[in-house]
Design a protein. Structure first.
Length: 453
């Protein structure tokens, strides 16, 4: 063949290969490829506690799938107005540039809240809502299937966040509140939903606000920056889709962890190595989602703090047993994938027990406990070199993620936001100057990086 062809074709091929690897990573929402794993896990329930825990998570919280399935339409009729109200009011929530005048902000928030209160009281019948949820609580899911229940959980959670902030970006007057009297229509369903999922907080969490906000077609239902610029809206879309995609990629990893555990227990070390190798390859794919998306061109630094993060915060509370409890909002630390892999490696949870109970659904906590309990790492012997190598590779990939996360997130947190006090969604208002607050957060991330062995 003509050598000039190679001179031209080779660089083109190299560039194409680089571009292909660098393409933005997104993942198909519906994931039919998982169904054989789900069937297999159900069959493995009696052989492995981790398989049983994963199967329970899929069946119950996931409505038969993982990431969890959410239906945002087929709800019992009395509940449908909730969704309409969120969507009707959504354009009134954000503003491109917040005022620095607290009176102006207060007025805007009061208008939003009173409109929401009015619509809720006109269209929602609280006793009917309670009847429906009380029926489910008896174990009768006939009129309210789990995927629809999931969609409803998301809707109430995001309505509560919308009422809590009543404007986007988050502003100082909203951050200064300590207690909020929610409308009865938003308070009444919440304890049922939280009991069902086994979480305590008044605020939502990554499952309620992010994972369940996608329908089976991968559409995100309750957006927060409706009507604002393309850069804000697409940054919002990319940011939240990343968390959903992570769980899509994580499911085969959970499956590999279960299989590796079973193989090890059954002394089939060759299979154990095979599953761990596959796990490492899948983990690389999962982390690519983060590496490809969390950058300025996909999630703009100039809009993230003001328009994307704030709504997911919380920072208010109530008196429980004579003590004031303040809840936090969402954080990447709620993501199941990292908690599960850490547990499989035998690490202690990142979150303290109190926060696990508040923000992490019970079935997700149970799965992590089982991965930790079944972690075979402490039982490895000198001769298990291949297994040890693969486990080290998992830890190495997690360390690389934690190092990258640490450097990538700081510029997002450093953006100027004169309309608010320093706050992260997951840690609420922070003390001290911006650089002191960032040092405090960075120390937490560094500590976890060092613990990852
Ligand atoms: C601009 C976006 C982000 C910022 C500013 C940010 C910031 C932070 C901060 C300050 C912490 C430590 C405090 C805490 O626990 O809440 C943290 C923890 C964490 N974040 Fe992020 N984060 C971002 C995006 C993400 C994404 C996209 C992921 C998922 C891939 C993620 C995963 C985690 C995890 C797993 C932790 C717990 C610590 C650990 O396991 O290493 N974060 N994040």
């Amino acid at each position: 063949m003509d050598s000039r062809f190679f001179l031209l074709a080779a660089p083109v091929a190299v560039v194409a290969a680089i571009l292909w690897r660098r393409r933005p990573k997104t993942v198909e929402a519906s994931n039919p490829g998982n169904s054989w794993m789900i069937r297999d896990l159900a069959a493995l329930k009696d052989r492995c506690e981790a398989a049983a825990a994963l199967s329970k998570l899929v069946e119950e919280d996931g409505a038969g799938s993982w990431p969890p399935k959410a239906d945002h339409n087929s709800w019992p009729t009395p509940l449908l107005p909730y969704k309409d109200i969120y969507l009707e009011l959504a354009p009134l929530l954000p503003t491109p540039r917040p005022s620095l005048d607290s009176e102006v902000n207060d007025e805007k928030r009061a208008r939003y809240r009173s409109l929401m209160r009015r619509l809720l009281s006109e269209r929602i019948n609280v006793p009917q809502v309670e009847d429906i949820l009380a029926t489910v609580e008896t174990g009768n899911w006939e009129s309210f299937p789990r995927d629809a229940y999931n969609g409803f959980y998301c809707c109430i959670a995001v309505l509560r966040h919308a009422y809590r902030w009543a404007t986007i970006p988050v502003v100082k007057v909203a951050q200064s509140e300590t207690v909020i009297n929610f409308p009865a229509e938003l308070d009444a369903p919440w304890p049922y939903l939280q009991r069902n999922f086994g979480v305590d907080a008044d605020s939502g969490n990554n499952t309620s606000n992010v994972l369940l906000n996608f329908d089976v077609n991968g559409e995100r239902i309750y957006k927060i920056n409706v009507g604002l610029s393309e850069v804000i809206r697409s940054s919002e879309d990319v940011f939240f889709k990343m968390f959903y995609d992570l769980e899509v990629m994580a499911f085969p990893i959970y499956y590999d962890m279960v299989r590796a555990i079973i193989s090890f227990e059954e002394k089939d070390k060759a299979s154990c190595v095979r599953y761990l190798r596959h796990l490492n390859a899948m983990l690389r794919e999962l982390l690519l989602i983060f590496y490809h998306n969390l950058n300025d061109s996909r999630v703009s630094r100039s809009v993230w703090l003001s328009h994307i993060q704030g709504f997911q915060g919380w920072g208010v509370g109530k008196t429980v047993d004579g003590e004031f409890v303040k809840y936090d909002g969402l954080s990447g630390n709620h993501v199941l994938a990292f908690q599960a892999i850490d547990s499989f490696l035998g690490m202690e949870p990142y979150l303290p027990e109190e926060n696990l109970l508040r923000y992490i659904p019970a079935n997700q906590r149970a799965l992590c406990l089982m991965f930790k309990k079944c972690s075979f790492r402490p039982r490895l012997e000198e001769k298990d070199t291949q297994i040890k190598d693969e486990i080290s590779k998992i830890a190495k990939q997690l360390r690389a993620f934690r190092a990258a996360h640490r450097t990538r997130v700081i510029p997002y947190l450093e953006q100027p936001a004169p309309e608010r006090f320093t706050m992260t969604a997951g840690k609420s208002v922070l003390q001290g100057t911006l650089s002191e607050a960032i040092r405090f957060l960075d120390d937490m991330m560094l500590r976890r990086l060092k613990e990852t062995m």
